[in-house]
Design a binder for this molecule. Structure first.
Ligand SMILES: NC(=O)c1ccc[n+]([C@@H]2O[C@H](COP(=O)([O-])OP(=O)(O)OC[C@H]3O[C@@H](n4cnc5c(N)ncnc54)[C@H](O)[C@@H]3O)[C@@H](O)[C@H]2O)c1
Ligand SMILES: [Zn+2]
Ligand SMILES: [Zn+2]
Length: 396
């Protein structure tokens, strides 16, 4: 079959690889009809190469038709239409019983000290072949699927794999009080969708920040107040405080993650480390790269005292210097993690109706054949041609 493979720094290619087969009695094989590129794939493209091997099959936002199931699978049958959650979870362990599917004890990658295995996501998460391919092997298929009805196009359901539950969890974890205010940093697919969900939850004040025209415009067009970071590199926290009674927003969602565009706060942190001996700073920079923390620093600096920061942006590195003094002194609640996909599906389903309140029907800005993945990755990484969400079609 054809599959999108990681080859190196900013290098993916479409290769011929072996078709997946049933290996365990609770596997399923699906024929992939649509599969997205995610901001998380950009971490692999850019930063996390150390945890990838050339040839790894990418992708964790797939849906399609069940082709074959192992002998223990009774929950789905060949011909069923399913969306595949990005994490692999058994549905019955201690963690799954508590809806913490990204911590599933059956699939935890214990050798690496990581949580549940993820599709197409580095050795840290089990090196499981991903869904940017013609076919996908789904382990723990008794639970790792979302059945969806026949009829409507894939666009109506595909975001259940990641974007919708991730944005939903971001808003839940932000715990905005009644009549409260929310700041959303980053307007890629996750931040954009978090704004849409916040609007559905009648959050009074929503302010959103990015630095890409097309992304700012898309969110502004749906009635959200946006701020262009390029115009406020020096005073973003002040500008946001002015809009929120001088205190700062009750809650901040960081939907940026470690590909963040730098900020003056970071420059200051970098100046501090620049005065330290190399022996101290080198491992710091190697492990995390200080500029990668720009968005989380902004979130901590801007949230009101006693407020909540909800991180959905992915961070890595053990040596990330966190501003412990601000976190403690401002009494900030910090909540984060990969989204527990199936935890939120029952809440989201009522919004996937014909009148489309979340705007999923035309959420994708690009739909391209899978063979064009190398150009698609480059376009998405550079945020060129208005690309916000890129869908790949294996059979186009
Ligand atoms: N927690 C989860 O389960 C989960 C799931 C999916 C994605 N993610 C993560 O969420 C993040 C966003 O994903 P995405 O698909 O929307 O990615 P994306 O890369 O398209 O979006 C990030 C956006 O942040 C903007 N940005 C960069 N620096 C900024 C700054 N300093 N301030 C404000 N905005 C800034 C960029 O211009 C871009 O529009 C990524 O880190 C991704 O890995 C997490
Ligand atoms: Zn994703
Ligand atoms: Zn489990």
């Amino acid at each position: 079959m054809k599959a999108v493979t990681w080859q190196g720094f900013r290098d993916v290619s479409v290769e011929e690889v072996a078709d997946p087969v049933i290996k365990e009695p609770n596997d399923a094989i699906i024929k992939v009809t649509s599969t997205n590129i995610c901001g998380s794939d950009l971490h692999l493209y850019e930063t996390m190469g150390a945890f990838m091997s050339p040839g790894d099959v990418l992708g964790h936002e797939a849906m399609g038709i069940v082709l074959e199931v192992g002998r223990d699978i009774t929950q789905i049958r060949p011909g069923d239409r399913v969306v595949v959650p990005f994490q692999i979870a058994c549905g019955h362990c201690w963690m799954c019983e508590r809806f913490l599917y990204t911590q599933c004890e059956t699939t935890q990658v214990r050798g690496e000290g990581s949580g549940a295995a993820l599709f197409g996501y580095t050795k840290l998460y089990g090196q499981v072949p991903g869904g940017q391919a013609e076919y996908l092997r789904v382990p723990e298929a008794q639970f790792t699927h979302i059945l969806v009805p026949e009829g409507p196009p894939d666009d109506h359901f595909i975001y259940l794999s990641d974007v919708l539950p991730t944005a939903w969890q971001a808003v839940e974890y932000a715990a905005v009080p009644d009549g409260g205010s929310l700041l959303v940093l980053g307007l890629g697919p996750i931040g954009d969708m978090a704004c849409r969900i916040a609007q559905q939850k009648w959050i009074d004040t929503i302010i959103a920040v990015d630095l890409v025209d097309a992304r700012l415009e898309r969110v502004r067009a749906r009635g959200v107040q946006v701020i262009d970071l390029r115009k406020h590199e020096d005073d973003l926290p002040d500008v946001v405080r002015e809009l929120t009674d001088g205190r700062g927003p009750d809650s901040v969602i960081d939907a940026v993650g470690m590909e963040a565009h730098g900020s003056p706060a970071t420059a200051a942190a970098q100046r501090v480390t620049a005065s330290l001996p190399d022996a101290v700073t080198e491992p710091l920079i190697k492990k995390a790269g200080l500029d990668r923390l720009a968005a989380v620093y902004t979130a901590i600096e801007t949230v009101r005292r006693g407020g909540t920061v909800s991180l959905s942006g992915v961070y890595g590195g053990m040596a990330d210097p966190m501003p412990m003094m601000s976190l403690f002194d401002k009494q900030i609640q910090l909540r984060m993690g990969q989204a527990n996909v199936k935890r939120w599906i029952p809440d989201i389903m009522p919004f996937l109706t014909e009148d489309d309140p979340l705007g999923v029907h035309d959420f994708a800005t690009h739909r391209l054949p899978l063979r064009e993945a190398p150009t698609a990755y480059e376009m998405f990484q550079q945020k060129a041609e208005g690309a916000v969400k890129v869908m790949l079609k294996p059979w186009a």
